[in-house]
Ligand binder design. Structure first.
Ligand code: NDP
Length: 287
């Protein structure tokens, strides 16, 4: 029977767990704080940032959103990051992507202090993740959320064939690393992959993160597979759709995430967990 991997109850549980840790920190005089830098007026980014503020409030995390104009110079953004790096009251720093064209995202991400990099996008964090030092890094929120969804559905990746569609630095690649760390055998696919459908059909765990509506069709899915749909695509109907043809795939999947209401909610929740972890690590250093 198909198991719907819903993000809502699990995200609520992750946030409740984070809130309890926040209270423990507050009892020791530490107020966890996240700083978000938002450059320009991308409407989707504005929505995401509002969601982060709401989540922080729910968990008892203080949040500061620093809104900068679209024509902000890279040097000005770097100056903000340097100030936040030096501010011991700030535990997490997040630069909302995408950035305007005049700013090099790599230069910006490299400037964030790794111990405050709650998105897990800095080279130091990515290196630690690759090295399997999961305790010493912040796993990027989206793949970390996918792992939580699988665990909650009772899907243990150990020994399984996992196929990840998409090799971006923020989703596909770290997803492959996390699944490997959980002892899956991982195939990482992208736009140059040959025989993609045949590879997908072998997957016990299929993660779709490419950004194409209904790309994964029923003939690409092994009956009983766990299907995690990361995609967020605005359809011709004006609604949000995943990368998986949900209606066709759900009846044969062992477990599947809905879009919306799946991975997106978990991404938000994992940011709270990472921010609390950053505050705990900072408090431990001071102790
Ligand atoms: P990117 O555009 O950075 O990467 C897309 C990846 O998909 C690339 O590796 C690309 O291959 C691959 N790809 C594109 N077309 C095909 C194809 N026809 N066959 C095989 N591979 C293909 O996207 P992101 O990783 O940032 O995001 C992916 C999706 O996930 C988007 O819909 C995005 O909106 C969504 N997303 C959702 C989040 C959430 O919280 N739910 C968070 C982040 C993203 P190549 O490298 O060869 O170009």
């Amino acid at each position: 029977m198909m198991n719907l991997m819903e993000g809502k109850p699990l995200a609520a549980a992750v946030k409740a767990r984070a809130a309890a840790r926040v209270q423990a920190l507050q009892a020791r005089g530490v107020q966890p704080r996240l700083a978000v830098l938002l450059v320009g007026d991308n409407p989707a980014s504005a929505v995401y940032v509002r969601g982060k503020e709401k989540d922080c409030a729910e968990c008892g995390i203080a949040s500061d959103v620093i809104r900068l104009p679209a024509d902000t110079a890279q040097s000005a953004l770097l100056a903000h990051i340097a100030a936040l790096n030096a501010d011991s009251a700030v535990h997490g720093i997040l630069v909302q992507l995408p950035l305007p064209a005049q700013i090099d995202p790599d230069a910006v991400l490299e400037a964030i202090a790794p111990e405050k990099d709650v998105d897990g996008f800095t080279p130091v964090n990515m290196g630690r993740l690759l090295a399997g030092r999961l305790d010493a890094c912040f796993a990027p929120c989206t793949p970390a959320g996918c792992m939580e969804l699988l665990a909650a559905a009772g899907v243990d990746p150990a020994g399984k064939q996992a196929v990840v569609l998409g090799r971006s630095n923020i989703v596909g690649k770290p997803m492959a690393v996390l699944l490997t760390a959980a002892n899956a055998t991982v195939t990482l696919c992208h736009s140059k992959t040959r025989d993609l459908a045949a590879l997908c059909r072998r997957a016990d765990i299929l993660v779709a993160a490419i950004g194409r509506e209904a790309f994964v069709t029923a003939d690409m899915v092994k009956p009983g597979a766990a299907v995690v749909d990361v995609g967020i695509n605005r359809g011709a109907d004006g609604k949000l759709h995943g990368d998986v043809d949900f209606a066709a795939v759900a009846p044969l999947a062992g477990a599947i995430t809905p879009v919306p209401g799946g991975v997106g909610l978990m991404t938000r929740a994992m940011l709270m967990e990472n921010t609390v972890k950053a505050a705990e690590m900072a408090a431990k250093k001071l102790a």
